[in-house]
Design a protein around this ligand. Structure first.
Ligand code: ARG
Ligand code: ZN
Length: 873
């Protein structure tokens, strides 16, 4: 069934309080729910009450304390219906039985490595008890958990109330959450875990006990997460004026988790990949991701929990906004320009292809079959970009006032995007109705810019125009409101003043809100090169009429770091695209000396001053970036070969500098995951990669030495990934050594599996198939599955899209094998096919055959069916 935004109806009943008694048992957990209900004044009087369920075993039901007559209700695994509910407040007590051990879907209550945990968003609470399992039903929860002595730790939402011992070695704990919340924020944990803790004092002096729980033996690896949490708590006070509101804040790390983490009120549950870190086991990027995800889930306490979503169409209300908040936090904690570049890379590699393919949907979708398929890069990452666009349009002060108004007005409610935007319209006194179209229209706008300099009149005429290609169900597109942050750089390298007759570019931002707009800059003393969409001021694809030389002017002189980086990327992209064309025509790859020279100058001037930024510059566009630029009839082999040739030429041209830098960037100090050290390591590993591209023998020798001498995971894995590109004994020996060292460390083994699945050579498919039966491999762990199969399908374009179709067929087989056990992970894997229509005809036919084979399988989960049907449409 399709659920539509326009069909929204409030519920006929409200649930004011929920009292749960949960008797934990590995296979027969008893759940007794006592719900205090009343008719909703906004609903239909006298309606029956239908509660959601999912694979539930019904045990008993009572109304106001008396057992229900058999004809008063119907109960099935999917539904509990009370036919004639009282028309005044009443209590309904329902007993169900669930089997956490058999719960391989990892939704609802399940066991991860012996620990009981829950995941309820979006619709997992109905797998625990019958409920109005939707985000606009807010209730106050009290949870009593009972367990055996082997499960000493019992956590719930809110504040701890009582705890004690029972007969037969059993014990219990009661948790009370005073803040009304929707069911998707419910959580419990039961286990025998280690933890680290601290006391955080909020701005107003409230003492909060903060703790991070992890598997025994991993305590020390939780310290960084605990520190990141407290920095995030302080930051939200300082930047958004948001204080924490309970006496405790608990984070629990589990090893089997379908997604990244979950913001359950006062009890965040995390994929342990986003908690556990040590120098020996985590890379610098792992640390950065942990910091970001810890902050993200914490920030949800206000944007998501205190103010939640009216329905799942409003998902971006909490996710886009919270991603924006975590991006800002990381920008303040590290380098803002480098963080911006990293975020835009993610947007372009994950969201742009989604927006350009069969799975395209608006940031606020209008219809869905399976909501779990809408936790997408569009809702999250593009959703965050829209908050940034909003902030640029209204300005920083109005943005903050709008946020304050939003918190004040909607605290304790389930809100909509309209209500959110209204706060900013009111705070800024602006009409934001045109801006709000961004939430409705799918597809990435293409922004073209054409400029003309009149040396005599000293005027520069800039014409901006936009178009958006059709997407599924949206053939006609309207113009978006695009804030174009811009500057003019003279050929001499200086930033020129922006003067227009009408002040069109106040604050350095020109707003394009129609199909086309022309601005005339006056008193322009020299021929300018326009620097457009500075800081990536809107999620658009920029089409520039600049020459490579113009771009190199920006690379050398732009005062906007993002556009400096962008200019080098654009030149490199053009060169690789030309190389693909040349190879196609039977010619050879030519790399103009200009780029190599410019990179050389840049490295001389900046590499040691700003290594993190230099690492971003040196990291050339990936195969997928090039594929997106080419757009259709993609031949991944040609792209791979062209890109490799370009890197080889650059590596040779810069060989001396790279070798020198590699030495200079070595770090003597003990390992720290801070941004300064991480930047050096990132550049050093980038330098090693490019150097190896230019001189394989020399690079491999350095990589082997780095691998043997490494004192941290970033250096060790950086070296191993360079070694992994060269077939032969040395590679296999290094892989074996790495395995032997980390055989008991699941998160590191994930890296080992992922690296091998990413090797861009024909033997990789056989290797991946072999690894499927490695004793350490298991499809029942989502991280392991994503490491091996996800990496092959998403990070190895030439091998997933093999010309013989064997890559597609293999991934289809795995999807079908996994689907009955864990449809969410299977469905996520099947999005790897989302760009299949851009491939050349031979590969396209193989991809289509694989998709059709999945679509035809029975039974097939609604999750996977939804993705493959839309992909084929
Ligand atoms: N709300 C969680 C977060 O972004 C993610 C939950 C994902 N749920 C899902 N069914 N895919 O922080
Ligand atoms: Zn989130």
């Amino acid at each position: 069934p399709v659920i539509r935004l326009e069909d929204y109806q409030p519920t006929d009943y409200l649930i004011d309080t929920v009292s749960l008694a949960i008797g934990l048992h590995p296979t027969e957990t008893r759940v007794t729910a006592t719900l205090a209900l009343r008719p909703n004044p906004a609903g239909h009087a006298g309606a029956s009450l239908a509660l959601d369920g999912d694979e539930l075993v019904f045990v008993s039901a009572a109304l106001d304390g008396s057992p229900l007559a058999a004809d008063a209700y119907t109960a099935s695994p999917e539904k509990f219906v009370l036919h004639r509910p009282p028309q005044q407040p009443f209590t309904l007590t329902i007993e169900t039985c669930v089997n956490p051990t058999a719960n391989t879907k990892l939704m609802g209550l399940y066991r991860s490595n012996g620990t009981y945990c829950t995941q309820c968003e979006a619709d997992g609470f109905r797998r625990i008890t019958y409920f109005l399992d939707r985000p606009d039903v807010l209730s106050v929860y009290t949870t009593r958990i009972e367990a055996d002595a082997d499960t000493p730790l019992l956590l719930g939402n809110g504040n701890p109330a009582e705890a004690g011992a029972l007969a037969d070695g059993r014990h219990f704990a009661v948790w009370h959450d005073p803040f009304p919340k929707p069911s998707y924020l419910f959580a419990i944990v039961g286990g025998d875990l280690d933890h680290v803790e601290d006391v955080f004092t909020t701005a107003s002096g409230r003492k909060v006990k903060v703790a991070v729980y992890v598997e025994r033996g991993k305590r020390e690896r939780a310290r960084y997460a605990l520190d990141a949490l407290q920095r995030a708590m302080r930051w939200d006070e300082e930047v958004f004026g948001r204080e924490y509101d309970l006496d405790v804040f608990n984070i629990v790390a589990v090893s089997a988790f379908n997604m990244g983490a979950m913001e359950n009120k006062g009890l965040n549950i995390f994929n342990d990949k986003y908690v556990l870190a040590s120098a020996d086991t985590a890379t610098d990027s792992d640390y950065a991701n942990i910091e970001a995800v810890i902050a993200h889930e914490y920030f949800h306490n206000w944007t998501g929990n205190r103010i939640t979503c009216r329905d799942w169409f409003q998902l971006c209300l909490k996710e886009g906004l919270t991603v924006f908040r975590d991006q800002e936090f990381s920008s303040d904690a590290r380098s803002r320009p480098v963080k911006r570049i990293a975020d835009v890379r993610v947007l372009r590699s994950a969201q742009f292809p989604e927006d350009a393919g069969p799975l395209a949907h608006p940031v606020r979708p209008r219809a869905y079959k399976e909501i779990n398929n809408f936790y997408t890069a569009t809702v999250y990452e593009k959703g965050a970009e829209l908050i940034r666009v909003l902030k640029t349009l209204v300005g920083g002060q109005h943005f903050r006032r709008g946020m304050d108004l939003y918190f004040e007005r909607h605290d304790g409610t389930a809100a909509t995007i309209e209500e959110f935007i209204a706060c900013f319209a009111e705070a800024s006194g602006r009409d934001l109705s045109a801006f709000s179209q961004w939430y409705e229209q799918a597809g990435t706008p293409r922004l073209s810019a054409r400029g003309r300099y009149d040396a005599g009149a000293k005027t520069y005429t800039l014409t901006l125009a936009q178009t958006t290609l059709p997407t599924p169900d949206q053939p006609e597109k309207r113009p978006m409101v695009i804030p174009v942050a811009l500057g003019l750089i003279g050929e001499s390298g200086r930033e020129l003043p922006l003067t227009t007759a009408d002040g069109a570019t106040d604050g350095g931002v020109l707003v394009l809100d129609g199909a086309e707009r022309t601005v005339i800059f006056t008193d322009v003393e020299e021929r300018p090169v326009p620097s457009l969409l500075r800081g990536f001021s809107a999620p658009a694809i920029l089409d520039l009429d600049l020459t490579d030389d113009d771009l190199l002017v920006l690379f050398a002189h732009d005062t906007d770091a993002f556009n400096q980086w962008q200019a080098a990327q654009t030149v490199a992209t053009r060169i690789i695209v030309r190389a693909v064309e040349a190879l196609h025509a039977g010619g050879t790859v030519q790399v103009p000396v200009g780029l190599a020279q410019a990179l050389g100058h840049f490295l001389d001037a900046r590499a040691l001053r700003d290594p993190a930024f230099a690492a971003q510059v040196l990291s050339l566009p990936g195969e997928a970036d090039i594929a997106r630029e080419i757009g259709e009839n993609i031949d991944p082999e040609a792209i791979f070969t062209a890109r490799k040739a370009v890197r080889e030429t650059l590596g040779q041209a810069l060989a001396g500098k790279l070798a020198h830098l590699y030495g200079e960037l070595a770090i003597d100090a003990p390992y720290s995951p801070d941004a300064a050290q991480a930047g050096k390591r990132a550049l050093r590993n980038g330098v090693l990669g490019l150097l190896t591209a230019g001189d394989a023998a020399r690079g491999e020798a350095l990589a082997r030495a780095q691998f043997d001498a490494a004192t941290n995971m970033t250096d060790r894995l950086g070296a191993l990934s360079v070694l992994s590109l060269v077939a032969g004994e040395a590679r296999e020996a290094a892989l074996q050594a790495f395995y032997d060292r980390y055989r008991d460390d699941p998160l590191v083994l994930d890296k080992w599996f992922a690296l091998q699945a990413s090797i861009p050579e024909a033997g990789t498919l056989e290797r991946v198939k072999r690894l499927l039966s490695h004793p350490a491999f298991s499809l029942s762990n989502p991280n392991r599955t994503r490491a091996l199969i996800g990496s092959f399908a998403m990070a190895n374009l030439t091998q997933f899209a093999r010309a013989d179709g064997a890559g597609f067929a293999f991934v289809a087989d795995v999807i079908l094998q996994l689907d009955p056990a864990n449809p969410q992970v299977a469905s996520r894997l099947s999005t790897a096919f989302r760009t299949w229509k851009t491939l050349e005809p031979g590969r396209r036919a193989h991809a289509e055959a694989a998709l059709r084979r999945i679509a035809a399988a029975t039974p097939l989960s609604q999750d996977v069916a939804d993705i493959v049907t839309r992909s084929l449409a």
